[in-house]
Ligand binder design. Structure first.
Ligand SMILES: CC(C)(COP(=O)(O)OP(=O)(O)OC[C@H]1O[C@@H](n2cnc3c(N)ncnc32)[C@H](O)[C@@H]1OP(=O)(O)O)[C@@H](O)C(=O)NCCC(=O)NCCS
Length: 205
């Protein structure tokens, strides 16, 4: 949990709030990922156990074990029913999960955040940046958000470079709280829908 984000808080009109909640409830697929189900607990635990995946992410269950990963998935099923959160997994078949995306939505501010990770065998080849760009577009278009707010640890150079490179704006620093109560300092970035759309239109194809 991170108190104090998003930094920018413009109350959304009630119709947009309801549209966002409905879109979250109806979501089924994000790029090549599907919604996580409780029986993904073992496969997701295997992915999250990779130190290169779990070290930079404050929002993962702690202690990290299969039972808590199952609760994490079940909690996201409940978040989706409220129209406030989604958990997607990239299912490689045979119980192997190669990536996950954890989307938090603040319908009242038409804002959202995504945390996630890829299997280490996929890191540093450009696929994270490509997948994140598709996901941001999806969050603005399919979920009707106006603002995306992202955080990264002070040591997470890859994510920092990714967000700076995409034109996100640095908004300062906040304290993120892990599920076990320990804290971590996080840098914060934001990007608005109109600026994102304009940047995508002007990208060379
Ligand atoms: C974050 C993550 C999704 C990024 O995906 P990726 O495919 O590894 O990253 P990319 O290859 O697209 O690289 C992104 C930027 O980092 C740079 N980079 C990649 N590997 C790097 C490394 N080992 N050291 C320094 N910079 C690196 C790239 O050059 C690129 O910057 P540039 O556009 O300025 O050249 C992935 O690394 C990951 O899953 N990490 C673990 C979990 C995590 O940190 N999640 C984010 C916080 S929620």
């Amino acid at each position: 949990m991170t108190e104090g984000i998003p930094i920018t808080r413009h109350p959304a009109p009630p119709e947009q709030v309801e549209r966002i909640r409905a879109a979250v409830r109806e979501a089924e697929q994000l790029n090549d990922s599907r919604l996580a189900r409780p029986d993904d607990a073992e496969g997701l635990y295997a992915l999250l156990s990779e130190p290169k995946v779990n070290a930079p992410i404050y929002s993962l269950p702690r202690p990290l074990n299969v039972g808590n990963v199952r609760k994490f998935i079940e909690d996201h099923v409940a978040q989706q029913a409220r129209g406030e959160g989604l958990l997607f997994v990239r299912d490689a078949g045979g119980g192997q999960i190669m990536g996950y995306s954890d989307i938090q939505v603040w319908p009242e501010w038409a804002a959202g955040e995504i945390a996630g990770g890829l299997h280490p065998s996929l890191h540093s080849k450009g696929s994270g940046t490509q997948g994140a760009a598709q996901t941001f577009t999806w969050m603005f278009e399919a979920l009707h958000l106006n603002l995306i707010c992202e955080t990264a640890s002070l040591e997470n150079v890859i994510t920092q470079r990714m967000l700076d490179g995409m034109g996100f704006h640095r908004m300062g620093q906040v304290t993120s709280r892990r599920p076990d109560g320990t804290t971590r300092e996080s840098l914060v970035w934001e990007m608005g829908r109109d600026e994102w759309s304009a940047a995508q239109r002007s990208r060379p194809s």
